[in-house]
Ligand binder design. Structure first.
Ligand SMILES: NC(=O)c1ccc[n+]([C@@H]2O[C@H](COP(=O)([O-])OP(=O)(O)OC[C@H]3O[C@@H](n4cnc5c(N)ncnc54)[C@H](OP(=O)(O)O)[C@@H]3O)[C@@H](O)[C@H]2O)c1
Length: 309
């Protein structure tokens, strides 16, 4: 079969190659991959993994062969799944507890936006507790996580302020439910009950200056790669606020990935969540699109079609 493999040191960070087909374990279904998405974190994993490794966490497709243990969806079921790796391939073996069936009105492209970004958005918003009438600030709002988090927070009753890096990004957020869009966190006024922070560096320092007493700054990324300066003094006006780190893969028990993914799928199906697909391409264009994502040119998610779709 064909797969996208890691080629560190080559002319592109990854390329399409022929590789052996996977051999599923008894608790794994074999899925024919139709769509997948690219996460910013995966850009880093290109550099951190050996040549020949197959990346890929967010996949959608069709069950080719149900799991031998008799559990999970039967052959022919349209599905979305969260894998740890190996997903950017014509076929991938996925544990059945990481697989969610898709209704007919959710496309492979829409579903592929959900696993990492959707679970991160959903679970970070939950860390803010009951959000009805609360103020929520989201940095990196035009990105994969941000565009989903805006919608979930707004539909939870929050007043959402979205932070983007440049003015033209603001238009892309129209209709997602943000009450304000500001260019740069420095322009966000007042204090917030929940701040979702992924810029790092000065963005995190500024976030701490904007949290309200007993509020929460969820730190789930460091897109800038920069360190931050914060001081205890800054909490005098935000007493007992907390800084909470978030890592999606340890953010809940393993068996809760599928129920939360199913919730996100149902939100798309019923129309309360609209995935923002900024770019959709054939998987042969992965290296070019990866560079666009790295340089902040992609709004929402970058999604790919394999030969099967
Ligand atoms: N902890 C976890 O489990 C977890 C899970 C998912 C993602 N993450 C991390 O969370 C962050 C957001 O993920 P994502 O998938 O939404 O990424 P994304 O789609 O690339 O969006 C990130 C957004 O952040 C903004 N940004 C601000 N400063 C930036 C900088 N210095 N470099 C690059 N972008 C910058 C960009 O928008 P503007 O250009 O408009 O500013 C960009 O659109 C990433 O750092 C990712 O690695 C962590």
């Amino acid at each position: 079969m064909r797969a996208i493999v890691n080629t560190p040191g080559g002319p592109a960070p990854v390329e399409l190659r022929d590789v052996p087909e996977p051999t599923p374990a008894p608790n794994e279904a074999l899925v024919e991959v139709h769509g997948f998405s690219l996460n910013r974190g995966e850009l880093r994993s290109f550099a951190n993994n050996e040549a020949g490794w197959i990346p890929g966490q967010d996949i959608s497709g069709v069950v080719l062969r149900a799991a031998a243990n008799g559990l999970g969806p039967p052959n022919g079921t349209r599905v979305v799944a969260l894998t740890d790796e190996f997903g950017w391939a014509e076929q991938v073996a996925v544990p059945v507890h990481r697989i969610v069936p898709l209704p007919d009105n959710v496309s492979f492209a829409q579903a592929a936006t959900l696993p990492v970004a959707g679970l991160t958005a959903l679970r970070c918003v939950r860390l803010g507790g009951a959000l009805v009438g609360r103020r929520v600030l989201i940095t990196g709002a035009a990105g994969g996580v941000g565009t989903i988090a805006i919608q979930i927070a707004a539909s939870s009753g929050a007043h959402v302020t979205a932070v983007v890096g440049r003015q033209e990004r603001a238009a892309a957020l129209s209709g997602l439910g943000a009450h304000d869009v500001v260019v740069g966190i420095e322009n966000a006024t007042g204090r917030y009950s929940l701040i979702m922070e992924s810029g790092g560096g000065n963005s995190l320092s500024e976030a701490v200056r904007r949290v309200e007493p007993n509020g929460t700054v969820v730190v789930y990324g460091n897109s800038s790669g920069e360190t931050s300066t914060i001081s205890f003094q800054e909490f005098r006006a935000a007493q007992n606020a907390r800084i909470q780190s978030f890592f999606y893969f340890t953010s809940g028990p393993e068996e809760m990935f599928a129920p939360d993914l199913a919730l996100l799928v149902s939100m798309i199906a019923e129309g309360s969540l609209r995935p923002v697909i900024g770019i959709e391409r054939d998987w042969s264009e992965i290296a070019t699109v990866a560079e666009s994502l790295r340089s902040r040119q992609v709004t929402g998610k970058a999604v790919f079609r394999t030969g099967a779709s």
